[in-house]
Write a protein that binds this ligand. Structure first.
Ligand SMILES: Cc1cc2nc3c(=O)[nH]c(=O)nc-3n(C[C@H](O)[C@H](O)[C@H](O)COP(=O)(O)OP(=O)(O)OC[C@H]3O[C@@H](n4cnc5c(N)ncnc54)[C@H](O)[C@@H]3O)c2cc1C
Length: 565
C-alpha cells in the first residue's frame, strides 16, 4: 500500500513508541469523526481539544525534542516526522499547522548554544506547550533584510525589544516565540526567545478567519537579557534560513495527506454515481483524470520520502538536501494542487458540500505552495544548483532508505547557508539508465534536449537576470530532479513497472507543457525556441498498461476508506 490508510497503519518503525504515536493520532481523529471535524472547521474553532490530547500523550515532546533533552524515546527523526505530518494533513491542515509552527519556533532554539533555554523548552514540551516562529513582518514579506523588530541596548547590558510581527501562527498560546530582529543602531541580526506571559507581549489579532490563530503581536519595551538570546549576527541569519530548511519539507507532507484523504472521498463518490446509465468512473476522461491524480500522488509521496533520506544523511560535505528540500517544498505542494484540480473536475458540485473533507482540501491545498517561501522564491533557489547538477557530477555516497531510529543531529547544525552553487551531486543520469519503460526513455530524450540547450544556447546575462525567464527554466530543471528522486525510490520500494511508466506518462506531458511555456517567454531566443520544440513529446501509448493501472491501483481504491461519521 503506497498511500496512507488509517485502517492499515503498516509503516515500519524500529520502535514501539513511534508506532503508538501514529496509532494514537489516528484514533483521536477517527473517534472525533468527520461531522465534528467539519463543524470545528466551519466554526473556526481553536483546536484546544487536539492540543490537550497531544499534550496528555506527550506527542509533541516525543516528536520535537532532540535526543538528550527529553525522554529516551524523544528524538528529531525525519523518518517518523514524514508520516506524522501526513496524518495531520490527512485529517485537516489546521492540526498540521499548529504543530508546524511549533517546529519552526523550536528551530532557532535547538540550533542555539543557549542550554538554559533548551532545557526549559524540553520541560515546556513535556508539559504540552506549543511554540511560535516570529519571523515575518507586515510590510516586508520575504525580504528579511528589512526586518524592523529592534533590540535597543540598555546601560546595564540588557535590551528592550520593540516592534510588531505579523502572520505568526500560535501567537495566542505559544509558551515561547522565537523572534527575529536586529540590534538597534547596527545591522546585526538576532534571534531571541520571548516569553508570551510577560505583560510587554501583546497578541493583537488573528489576521485570518480559520481554526488557526495567525497572529499579529507587538513587543513594547519587552525586556531581553543575554539569557534570552538564541543567536546573533550571521548565526541568527543562518538559524532563520536553516529553520525554514527543516520546516518547509513538512509542507510537502501536508499536501500528501490532504490529497490522500480527498482521493478516497472523490473516487468513492464518482464510482457510485450513475449518469446516463453508467458510472462516472466509466467515462474515459474521468478515468484519465483519476489516473493522473493517482500517479501524481504516488510520485509526491515517493519523492518526499527520498528527499527525507538525503536530509537524514546530510553533512557539511554532503549538502544535496539543499536542492531536494526546496524541490519537495515547491513541486510536491504544487502537484498537490493539480491532484485536487483533477479530482474536482470529476466530482464537481460534490466538492462544495459542507460535510465533505474535500471542501476543506480544495481550500487548504492552495496554502502550501505559498507559505515558507513562495514557488518563485524556491525556484529562484533551485536554479542555483543547475550548472553543477547537469555538468559537474561528483562521486557521492549512495544514500540508502533511512528508516533508522536516529536523531537527525545535522539539521540543527547545518552551518553557513552560503556556497550553494558549489554543492555537488551524483550523476542523475545513472538511475534513468536503469529503467527501460517507454516513457522513461521519452523523458530521457526531453532531458537531453534541455541539457543541450543549456550548453549550446546558454542563457545570456540578461536572461539570467530575468526572473520570469529563470522561473520557466527552473520548472523544467525541477521536473528532472523530481523524476530522478522518484526513480531512486521506485527502485528502493520496488514499484511495479506499469506504475513507473504511468507516472512518466504524466512527467512527459508536463515536460512538454513547460517547454511550451519557455518557448513563449519574451526573452527566449530563436535557437532556444528550437530546443524547446525538441522537448515537446507525446508519451508512449499503451492502453493495456493504462487499463491495468486503472483497475489494479486506482479504481481498486473506490471503497477502501471513509472517515468515521
Ligand atoms: C496562513 C499563514 C501563516 C503564516 N505563518 C507564519 C509564521 O508562523 N511565522 C512567520 O514568520 N511567517 C508566517 N507566514 C508568512 C509567510 O511565510 C509569508 O507569507 C511568505 O514568506 C511570503 O511572504 P508574502 O506572502 O508577504 O509575499 P511577498 O514576500 O510579499 O512576495 C510578493 C511576491 O514577490 C515574490 N518574491 C519575493 N521574494 C522573491 C525572490 N527572492 N525571488 C523571486 N520572487 C520573489 C513572491 O513570490 C510573491 O509573488 C504565514 C503566512 C500565512 C498566510
Amino acid at each position: 500500500m503506497i498511500l496512507f490508510h488509517p485502517h492499515k497503519p503498516d509503516r515500519a518503525y524500529p520502535d514501539e513508541r513511534s508506532r503508538l504515536v501514529m496509532l494514537d493520532l489516528i484514533e483521536f481523529f477517527e473517534s472525533k469523526g468527520k461531522a465534528s471535524l467539519k463543524e470545528d472547521d466551519h466554526g473556526a474553532v481553536w483546536y484546544s481539544e487536539f492540543l490537550e490530547f497531544v499534550g496528555e500523550k506527550g506527542i509533541f515532546a516525543t516528536m520535537c525534542t532532540p535526543s538528550g533533552y527529553g525522554a529516551d524515546d524523544a528524538r528529531w527523526d525525519t523518518w517518523r516526522i514524514c508520516e506524522f505530518a501526513e496524518i495531520l494533513g490527512f485529517y485537516g491542515l489546521p492540526y498540521w499547522y499548529a504543530w508546524q509552527v511549533s517546529v519552526l519556533g523550536l528551530g532557532p532554539i535547538w540550533m542555539s548554544g543557549n542550554e538554559a533555554v533548551k532545557e526549559r523548552t524540553a520541560r515546556l514540551l513535556e508539559d504540552g506547550a506549543i511554540f511560535a516562529f516570529g519571523l515575518s513582518e507586515k510590510e516586508h514579506g520575504a525580504d528579511l533584510y528589512s526586518s524592523e523588530m529592534a533590540l535597543t541596548p540598555q546601560a546595564d547590558g540588557t535590551y528592550l525589544a520593540n516592534g510588531r510581527k505579523y502572520y505568526i501562527g500560535n501567537g495566542n498560546e505559544a509558551a515561547l516565540v522565537s523572534v527575529f530582529g536586529k540590534i538597534e543602531g547596527s545591522d546585526e541580526y538576532v534571534f531571541f526567545a520571548a516569553d508570551t506571559s510577560r505583560a510587554e507581549y501583546a497578541c493583537l489579532q488573528n489576521v485570518v478567519h480559520s481554526q488557526n490563530y495567525v497572529s499579529e503581536f507587538e513587543l513594547t519595551d519587552f525586556p531581553v537579557t543575554d539569557d534570552d538570546i538564541l543567536e546573533r549576527g550571521d548565526e541568527a541569519w543562518n538559524a532563520a534560513l536553516n529553520t525554514v530548511n527543516i520546516g518547509k519539507f513538512n509542507l510537502g507532507w501536508a499536501s500528501i495527506g490532504i490529497c490522500t484523504h480527498a482521493f478516497y472521498e472523490a473516487i468513492h463518490h464518482a464510482a457510485h454515481r450513475t449518469l446516463y446509465g453508467m458510472q462516472v468512473t466509466d467515462f474515459p476522461h474521468a478515468k484519465a483524470l483519476f489516473t493522473d491524480a493517482y500517479a501524481r500522488l504516488v510520485a509526491m509521496k515517493l519523492v518526499a520520502l527520498r528527499a527525507a533520506d538525503y536530509m537524514r544523511s546530510a553533512s557539511l560535505e554532503d549538502r544535496r538536501y539543499l536542492l531536494f528540500n526546496p524541490v519537495v517544498k515547491m513541486k510536491v505542494t504544487t502537484q498537490g494542487e493539480e491532484v485536487i484540480n483533477h479530482m474536482w473536475d470529476v466530482i464537481a458540485a460534490k466538492g462544495f458540500e459542507k460535510d465533505m473533507y474535500f471542501e476543506m482540501a480544495a481550500r487548504d491545498i492552495r496554502a502550501l505552495p505559498k507559505l515558507e517561501g513562495t514557488v518563485h522564491v524556491n525556484i529562484a533557489l533551485i536554479v542555483k544548483f543547475m550548472a553543477n547538477y547537469f555538468f559537474n557530477p561528483a562521486d557521492m555516497p549512495t544514500v540508502p532508505r533511512r528508516d533508522d531510529a536516529t536523531n537527525d543531529d545535522f539539521l540543527f547544525d547545518q552551518g553557513p547557508t552560503r556556497g550553494l552553487s558549489k554543492i555537488r551531486f551524483h550523476d542523475y543520469a545513472e538511475v534513468f539508465a536503469r529503467f527501460d519503460q517507454a516513457n522513461v526513455a521519452v523523458f530521457r530524450n526531453q532531458t537531453e534536449a534541455f541539457k543541450t540547450m543549456l550548453f549550446q544556447a546558454r542563457p545570456d546575462e540578461a536572461q539570467t537576470a530575468d526572473i520570469d525567464f529563470l522561473l520557466a527554466l527552473g520548472e523544467i530543471f525541477t521536473l528532472v530532479v523530481y523524476a530522478q528522486l522518484f526513480l531512486e525510490n521506485a527502485e528502493i520500494y520496488g514499484i511495479e513497472p506499469d506504475l513507473v511508466d504511468q507516472v512518466f506518462d504524466v512527467f512527459v506531458r508536463d515536460f512538454s507543457r513547460f517547454a511550451v511555456q519557455l518557448h513563449g517567454k519574451p526573452g527566449t531566443t530563436d535557437e532556444q525556441m528550437g530546443f524547446c520544440l525538441q522537448m515537446i513529446r507525446k508519451p508512449g501509448v499503451d492502453t493495456t498498461r493504462a487499463a491495468r493501472v486503472w483497475n489494479e491501483h486506482v479504481f481498486a481504491l473506490r471503497d477502501t476508506y471513509e472517515m468515521s461519521p
